[in-house]
Design a binder for this molecule. Sequence first.
Ligand SMILES: Nc1ncnc2c1ncn2[C@@H]1O[C@H](COP(=O)(O)OP(=O)(O)O)[C@@H](O)[C@H]1O
Ligand SMILES: [Mg+2]
Length: 357
Amino acid sequence: MEQREVLPLESDGNGQRLVDQVCREEKTRQALTEKLGLQQLIGKSPAFTAEINKIPILAKSDISVLISGETGTGKEMVARAIHYLSERADKPFVPVNCGAIPVELLENELFGHDRGAFTGASGSRSGVIQEAEKGTLFLDEVDSLPLLAQVKLLRFLQDKEYRPLGCTKAIKGDVRIIAASNADLENAIAAGTLRRDLYYRLNVIPIALPPLRHRAGDIILLAHHFLNQKAARLNSPAVDFSPEAERKLMLYHWPGNVRELEHVIERVVVLCTQKTIQEDQIKFSGEINQLDQLSFQEMKANVISQFETNYIQNLLVAYRGNITRAAQAANKERRTFWQLIRKHKIDVQQFKVTEFQ
Ligand SMILES: Nc1ncnc2c1ncn2[C@@H]1O[C@H](COP(=O)(O)OP(=O)(O)O)[C@@H](O)[C@H]1O
Ligand SMILES: [Mg+2]
């Protein structure tokens, strides 16, 4: 894993405890690497690591987690990482995409049913909550749950009990819930499609994964990671990108985020017959790519915005969130620097948390 481990602060003067802790973390790290194979969470940009650094802490607790982020930003990977670093690691991780199951079947899918619960239910069938017993249930697109199922889920989160359809007795379940969504959940609440109480119950410690276009520094890092991975798997000679190819990757806006990047690189690697990948070999999804679609002005604004964000974040890392010193280093007025921070919605606080940086 890319992130630095957070070691317990109380370890001073108690060497053995620290050693035990490190051994334990080493073992879980091995388990994680084995389970996830080559799929490690790659990324060094502050916007990403600030979120990823929460994983070891969340893995030690058993509370529900809500992961938000656009499609392809790594929500499911993060959920798996939390599970495989947790005490539940050797029990099942069960992913369910609530958006992909017809609404009328969802409740049955989650909670199961008893004999004769509805016409055609000749036997009883367990739901995914039971499948995930002692493990983790990953509910993707949680805002697609019908309201009734939301009530049942909330009750389960509160009492650890649920009732399969047609069953009069409540059943106990020991399952950790990790939910995810790519929607704006405040909007979903306002629209009445997501219950506020469920949202608050899930959202104790949120993880908000940034879109790839806000992690400009990570694009090339990820591109090389996928290049190595795919080239080894496909026995391809490709080992590098030309500077122009890298530039093209950097300037694209990646609406499908890391998943899209992975597919783009895979497509290039399959077709590549030389060592260095050239600019014209890189094709983005869709017929026309964004570079051709945007006007010069729009493109320029994009590049400047990316540059400013990166530049400010790097300074904030270097000066641990000290605005005055960061502004001095940039040779800017403090007030102007603040305006830039606000313009790019940069959270200064995250750079001040010293034990995470
Ligand atoms: N930080 C990352 N490092 C390496 N691979 C990543 C990273 N984030 C996402 N991926 C890859 O991108 C793809 C999409 O990730 P996924 O977790 O399914 O996203 P989401 O659930 O947000 O749609 C997966 O193949 C995953 O392996
Ligand atoms: Mg997903």
